[in-house]
Each structure stands twice: as structure tokens, then as C-alpha cells.
Design a binder for this molecule. Structure first.
Ligand SMILES: [Zn+2]
Length: 425
């Protein structure tokens, strides 16, 4: 109800506003009061790579929603400056017109009149190269995580504005997973959907949009083979929310392709095996073979560097967010965050996911088993596993050490907290 009321009020405001032609320049501000949302858009256009070629679009038929499969910093960086694979720049940015952060902040990364290189190999109603006829919006986050309410609010407001400017109805708003297609590969014999999973978790109604297309026109016309999982998520009448979001953990049904799409064998896609070993996508075939990836392997997208430490203690940095490190367990009570300021929280106690400070440490799948004291030495708390590499000790000086690296258990001070892995069911 509330969203409907907001949308109505917003539409009214827009009708008032958009009798004046909308441009990306700020000159409108002098004559009319632009909505507070529009004024809040952060101008990020100057950050684009100087070698990116700006080309004005001739037509605008669609608005394409993406999930960036990365955190905010690396999303803005890739969208503006381009993609880097193994330290080599392979594109010059211009990969979206807008980026919407998890907290709803909206960045204008490329003026809306220019063609953003965002859709890649794509097809809709037989037309290809959808980038040339569409605007691209990147939502920061992952297709296997929920999109935040603030993102939906901003996306709804932004899409409303763009629909008015370009006279587009709700059917013109599509996700990248709907329009991307792939050439035949090891999973499909023919050209097919499923190359991108991007924004498959986008719930249209939450952005104030009416229902989208009820079928895939290119699959129906026989131009493309459907992707079984995406077909259900995008076109079935009822989809369980958990099915829409999914996870980044490999199971019998959730294979590398379901999680990573065409990036399944990219050097920037990392597979963390249950034994802690990390292998990049380009080496999976050679090292273990696609058929033999163990279940419970965690798939991490867009990781230009392989993290050196593979023990249980992970560190948040520019490229590594809570989502990439903890996967869908990021907000669980068994995921612990150790902040640089010394405070400790579990995933359920955190609400502001965009503001996790760099150097925050994470352990996933753990339980706090209490403090060391004279009466309770580590061997009493952790039993025979007190020296083990999976037993984690948190010292009063805020250092985190695994059992195999504790120098002297005799000198371990009282007050050290002991964390033990939760048994997997
Ligand atoms: Zn995309």
C-alpha cells in the first residue's frame, strides 16, 4: 500500500515536472523544483575512462536493469574505467548510465543520451545489440542476494523519470538476464538464454512496475533455447522468493553455470572448495574437471586477485565484500564480523552493509564458545581441537589467530574468546 501511495505522489510530482523537457543538465533547476530524488543523483560522469567513445543513441526502446555482482567501489570502477582481467584492461568503461548503491544513492556514470556498453551479446524480439537501443542501470549487489528496499525506491524513481522522457511503458523495462544470450557452449548446443543471471532477483512490483513480458519472445520464435532455471524465475506465474534469489553455493542443481553464467570459466571467478582451496574458473577443467566440482563449493564472481590466505579468517577489502566472502551466509548469526575498532557483531546484528569498514575480519559458520579463564583453558573449551587451524582465538588486543598459529597456549591470557566451527548438518 505504502509504495503505491508513494508512487502516486511521485507520479503527480513528475507530471508537474516533466512538462518541461528533462535533460541531464542542471538548468532545469532554475525554472522548476526538481524532485528531491533527481537532485540527489551524484554526478560521476567525469570519472569515465578518457578513451571511452561517447556515441549518442538514435533510439531508446528499453531500460535494462542489472545487478553488478560486486561491491560499490569496484562497481563504480568497472562501470567508469573498464574491466580488468589479470591486470590487463580489456574495456574502457561506459558500462552503465546509472549505478544504484545498496543504500539507494544513485550515480550518473554516463549521460543518458549516450550508448552504454552494458548488454553485450543480447537479443529481444529478434533485435540484437540491445545496448544501442537501451539505457543501462546497475544495482550494486549480486543476483543471489536480495536487492535492498532503498535500491528499489531509487530504481523506481529513476525508471519513472526515464519512462517519461523516452515514452516507455513497463514492458520496456527488462533485466539483463532476460535479454542476454550466449553462443553454443559446453552446456548448450544452440544459442541460448542464461548467459547472464544478472538481476534475475529483481522484483518488478517493488520498483513500482507492473508485470513484465509473460513469455520470452525469442524462445517462443525458436531463435533461442531457454535456460530452464531462468525460464521459471522470469516467466512462471508464481516463483518462490528463495528460488528467485538462489545462492552462490554449488549443489546438484545449482551448478557453476547457474551461478556464474558465461563467467563460469573466467579467471576472475573463484571457486572456494569445501577444503578451503581456491581455484580460478579458467583452471577448473585442468585441476578438477567441471563434472567433479564438489558440492558446497562457494562461487565468487569478479575477483581480480586470488586471496592469499585460505584459512577461516577473511578480510574485507576493496574487492572483497561481505557477500563475496560469506556468500548467502553474510547475515547469519553464525557469521562473525570483527571490526577494526574492536567491536564484534554477528551477521544478524548488522543492518548497514555498505559501510563495513575495510580490514573488518569475517569468520563464517562459527559459534562463540566462551572466554578462556584459569578454570577454563583452551583445551577445556575446544577439547582436542584447541590447536587446530579451524579453531579461532580472539585476543583482547583485537588480533584473531587460528589454533595452529597460537605461540604458547600456557601464556594465553584470560578473556580470549574461543570460536569453534558449527557442525555442518
Ligand atoms: Zn548485467
Amino acid at each position: 500500500m505504502l509504495t503505491i501511495t508513494i508512487r502516486r505522489a511521485f507520479l503527480f510530482l513528475l507530471i508537474v515536472l516533466f512538462t518541461i523537457p528533462c535533460t541531464d543538465s542542471t538548468s532545469v533547476a532554475a525554472t522548476a523544483k526538481p524532485s528531491s530524488y533527481q537532485r540527489s543523483i551524484i554526478d560521476y560522469r567525469g570519472r569515465i575512462h578518457p578513451k571511452f567513445k561517447k556515441i549518442a543513441r538514435k533510439k531508446t526502446k528499453y531500460i535494462i536493469v542489472h545487478t553488478s555482482e560486486a561491491g560499490l567501489k569496484s562497481t563504480l570502477n568497472v562501470v567508469s574505467k573498464g574491466k580488468i582481467v589479470r591486470r590487463k584492461r580489456i574495456t574502457y568503461g561506459g558500462h552503465a548510465n546509472y549505478v544504484i548503491a545498496r543504500d539507494g544513492r544513485t550515480f550518473r556514470t554516463l549521460d543518458k543520451r549516450y550508448r552504454a556498453d552494458h548488454a553485450g551479446l543480447s537479443m529481444w524480439k529478434g533485435e540484437t545489440d540491445i545496448s544501442s537501443v537501451s539505457i543501462g542501470i546497475e544495482l550494486v549487489g549480486y543476483h543471489y542476494m536480495e536487492i535492498t528496499d532503498r535500491q528499489y525506491r531509487s530504481a523506481g524513481a529513476l525508471i519513472d523519470i526515464l519512462q517519461r522522457v523516452y515514452h516507455l511503458n513497463d514492458q520496456a523495462v527488462l533485466t539483463h538476464s532476460q535479454i542476454a544470450y550466449g553462443r553454443p557452449n559446453r552446456w548448450f548446443k544452440k544459442s541460448h538464454r542464461g548467459r547472464k543471471r544478472c538481476a534475475k532477483n529483481f522484483i518488478r512490483s517493488k520498483a513500482g512496475l507492473g508485470s513484465g513480458p509473460s513469455f520470452d519472445p525469442d524462445v517462443r520464435a525458436g531463435r533461442l533455447t531457454p535456460d530452464p532455471e531462468l525460464a521459471v524465475i522470469l516467466y512462471a506465474k508464481r516463483v518462490a522468493p528463495s528460488e528467485r534469489v538462489g545462492t552462490n553455493i554449488i549443489t546438484a542443481k545449482n551448478v557453476a553455470w547457474t551461478i556464474a553464467g558465461e563467467d563460469y570459466n573466467s579467471p576472475n571467478t573463484l571457486y572456494k572448495l569445501p577444503n578451503g582451496k581456491i581455484i580460478s574458473g579458467d583452471l577448473i577443467e585442468q585441476k578438477i574437471g567441471w563434472k567433479y566440482i564438489p558440492r558446497q563449493t562457494v562461487v565468487m564472481l569478479n575477483q581480480p586477485k586470488i586471496p592469499r590466505k585460505t584459512g577461516p579468517i577473511k578480510t574485507i577489502s576493496n574487492g572483497l565484500t561481505a557477500w563475496t566472502l560469506a556468500g548467502s551466509a553474510y547475515n547469519r548469526t553464525t557469521t562473525f564480523y570483527f571490526f577494526p575498532n574492536g567491536s564484534v557483531k554477528n551477521g544478524s546484528q548488522i543492518s548497514d552493509w555498505d559501510e563495513l569498514p575495510p580490514r573488518t575480519k569475517i569468520i563464517v559458520g562459527y559459534r562463540n564458545n566462551g572466554k578462556v579463564s584459569r578454570a577454563k583453558p583452551p583445551s577445556k573449551i575446544a577439547g582436542g581441537r584447541y590447536k587446530h587451524h579451524t579453531t579461532v582465538y580472539y585476543f583482547p588486543n583485537t588480533s584473531l589467530v587460528t589454533g595452529n598459529f597460537v605461540k604458547s597456549f600456557r601464556k594465553i591470557p584470560s578473556g580470549v574468546q574461543v570460536y569453534l566451527p558449527v557442525k555442518k548438518s
